[in-house]
Design a protein around this ligand. Sequence first.
Ligand SMILES: *Cc1c(COP(=O)(O)O)cnc(C)c1O
Length: 478
Amino acid sequence: MEPDDWTAFRQRAQQTLDRALDRLEQAGTGRVWSPVPENVDAQLDRALVDAPLAADSVDAALASLLPYGVGNTHPRFLGWVHGSGTPFGLLPAIIEASINANCGGRDHVGLRVEHALTRWVAEQFRFPESASGLVVTGTSMATVVAMKVARDAALDFASREAGIDGSKLVAYTSAEAHACNARALDILGLGTSALRKIPVNDAFRMDLSALRAAIDQDRAAGLVPFAIIGTAGTVNTGAIDELDGVADVADEEGIWFHVDGAFAASGILSEVVAPRLRGIERAHSIAFDFHKWLHVNYDSGFVLVRDEVLHRRAFSTRPEYLKATERGLAAGNPWPVEYGPELSRGFRALKVWAHIAEFGPERLGAAISENCYLVRTLAALVDEAASFERLAPVETSICCFRYVVDGLSEAELDALNEEIVVRLQETGVAAPSTTKVKGKLAIRANITNHRTREADLHVLLDAIRDIAPQALERIRHV
Ligand SMILES: *Cc1c(COP(=O)(O)O)cnc(C)c1O
């Protein structure tokens, strides 16, 4: 499986590179999202049936996919929380594909890059130099890893051999926390019901007196509180829990303090967000993403653990065939496989390392601050327009609002705003998403996008005004 003709292969590679560059150069133009057309879809199965294809057919098929991503490289992609990537992500991707490194272990440059990155991350969050970490797919996986350490530490690691049958462990997070936290407890055998959802205050932050009360109640019932999960950047409104206060409770109770900082923990680099993260440096573990507000290409998340010894005890097993040595390829210990569930794993750390090397922490932080100003601008535009109503405070990257028409019921307003968002996506003009805020359906605009400009916000609001009459018409007829 090697090229017969390297000169011809170079030409193919250069043509593909040019097509990729063309797409990246045009990232700010055209439609945001385009549904996958039938002919593009149909060729996917056909290619596998007809394989092997001629070289130019393979290249053409690959190029035909370029316009049909989720749209997150476009400045008016404002849905969920997606990072927008940068053109520079192409460069480490090429190097990564050429090395084809397996970063589960052994002594090579892949592990050195990940080590350097881990020390850099620990420094940003003011964790000790001895802290351990792992580049993972995303915050969902980072949460599983962190919660496994917390669970096993609480059970004095007996759980690694004996399992958790009859464990009375319970954990706490806010009612606004991301579903990946409950999923982690499910995966770890504790069950989603072991995660207590604590109500939030008017700022959508976890109510700390309710947290204390829940812990007391569980202890009185003979249960064993083992972890509190604070959120830095809730998925609905972007709120940041009072992390210092959460850390106080965890300290008093002697239990693990984990932070889900999927997007807003990156705000540690921004002068606007960093002050709100006070207390994150006291966490036992942090899960966050490079692929969201830091714009490294998918997928790239990170789990940072304060106590390296606990982290390794929760995962390390070194059978004979993976034995550590002082010299040769089996040196370079400990290995990443001792900090997480994966043995074979790609060189994800490279694109993150290259991204930081390219831009530096100040510029990355400034891009986050700029997004915060843009979200506040959007909130101000919403507040001054009679046809819009804001539904939640703006703290980080998210503005929740709705289009209002006098005389409609709450149910009709929900249906109207849902229809508006689908139409925005279908027309290709902008792509916010929706959520429910205190029972009301919100148009949810999240700006973790370095390509978004103020003009894009006006396009969004104007498009909503244009679309609203047709949307209203439609909901009245269904
Ligand atoms: C996105 C997100 C997650 C999940 O992260 P993935 O990288 O998608 O696995 C968890 N928590 C919050 C607050 C998020 O925004």
